[in-house]
Design a protein around this ligand. Structure first.
Ligand SMILES: NC(=O)c1ccc[n+]([C@@H]2O[C@H](COP(=O)([O-])OP(=O)(O)OC[C@H]3O[C@@H](n4cnc5c(N)ncnc54)[C@H](OP(=O)(O)O)[C@@H]3O)[C@@H](O)[C@H]2O)c1
Length: 332
């Protein structure tokens, strides 16, 4: 099968399309023929070993100290089940699925644990649309629901509101009943408003932290603010939640957790089949929708990486695998 393979950490050019063996599946796995995947900021960080700040060493220990442990990256996927392990009852042959793998989705076939973050693809979405959602939506869901515990009526400021996580954070915060202000650049103001932001601040023209005290939560998906700067715009019990964080934010989170008042909270998102089912349901009901920046064929995956590294994509950079018709088809 064809796969995007990298043997060493480095720039986009280290990724090459090669013929590799199709993965074997175990009793509790399914084999998915991939029609669409994406390049996420996490794929880029792992490929380039571009882990923020003090996360470099933990990142290297996790993904391979001297060279990458898994040679095929790729987390988001959509496609169809073409082989089912003996002990799998959740999926049938031919079923259209989407999901979030730890790696391996930048390939024509992917072995996936049947009890992992894999679910029936929403019938209303094409494979390319379905593959654009899990990373951003699962992250935003965990940050807003579990870490920030957003409640109806709260005022939420999303920094990076048009990005891979931010585009879903705006939609999900709104779904949870919050009043959302999104921060983005001039070209993306209309997009962020269409995702449900009550107010949109163009960071190129306005200071998004100018108002004193309105926000219950400031979710920084873009790594552009600090607690010191964000503090002023938080209300008395407001929370600053940076999703790119380092030792400083960890210390601030520990320190502020011991006292009343404004707090820093940090955390890591996770990906479960239960949450993917929630995301699938929200997509089916039209409560959230995919946001696609651009689409590349697998052969041009290096260009997809370059687009992600710009840090100015809107939503997801999708990669189609096999024929473009399969990727855009919504049929099972
Ligand atoms: N902790 C965790 O578990 C976790 C989970 C998921 C992701 N992450 C991390 O979260 C980060 C966000 O990922 P992502 O996929 O959402 O990134 P992304 O798609 O690259 O989004 C970048 C966003 O930042 C905005 N931006 C760029 N420069 C800016 C500036 N100077 N001022 C204001 N906004 C600016 C962009 O808006 P414009 O294009 O309009 O400028 C864009 O909306 C990544 O670092 C990722 O590694 C962490």
């Amino acid at each position: 099968m064809k796969a995007a393979v990298y043997d060493k950490y480095g720039p986009a050019e280290v990724v090459e399309i090669r013929d590799v063996a199709r993965p074997e599946i175990g009793d509790r796995q399914v084999l998915v023929q991939t029609f669409a995947t994406s390049v996420t900021t996490a794929d880029w960080r792992i490929r380039a070993s571009a882990f923020p700040g003090a996360m470099w060493l933990p990142g290297r220990l996790m993904f391979g100290l001297l060279r990458p442990r898994n040679r095929v990256l790729g987390m988001e996927f959509a496609g169809r089940v073409v082989s089912v392990g003996e002990k799998v009852t959740r999926f049938r042959m031919g079923e259209a699925v989407f999901g979030f793998a730890s790696s391996g989705a930048h390939a024509e076939y992917l072995a996936m644990a049947a009890d992992g973050a894999i679910a029936a693809k929403p019938a209303s979405l094409g494979h390319d649309e379905a593959a654009a959602v899990p990373f951003g939506a699962l992250s935003a869901l965990v940050f807003l629901r579990d870490i920030a515990k957003v409640r109806p009526g709260q005022k939420v400021l999303v920094l990076g509101a048009s990005g891979g996580v931010g585009a879903y954070a705006v939609q999900l915060a709104r779904h949870f009943g919050a009043s959302v202000t999104g921060v983005t650049s001039t070209d993306n103001v209309d997009l962020v408003r269409s995702l449900g932001a009550e107010r949109v601040v163009d960071y190129k023209k306005e200071d998004y932290l100018a108002d004193e005290g309105p926000y219950d939560l400031i979710l920084d998906t873009a790594g552009i603010s600090t607690f010191r700067h964000a503090k002023r715009a938080l209300n008395a019990k407001g929370v600053f939640l940076p999703i790119e964080f380092g030792p400083r934010e960890i210390m601030q989170a520990l320190f502020t957790s011991c006292r009343r008042g404004k707090r820093v909270v940090v955390g890591i998102s996770n990906d479960t089949r239960e949450d993917l089912a929630i995301v699938g349901d929200l997509l089916e009901r039209g409560e959230i929708r995919p946001v696609i920046d651009s689409t590349y064929p697998l052969e041009r995956i290096a260009d997809a990486y370059r687009r992600v590294e710009s840090r100015h994509k809107t939503g997801s950079v999708v990669v189609t695998v096999g024929s473009a018709t399969s990727a855009s088809s919504s049929a099972a």
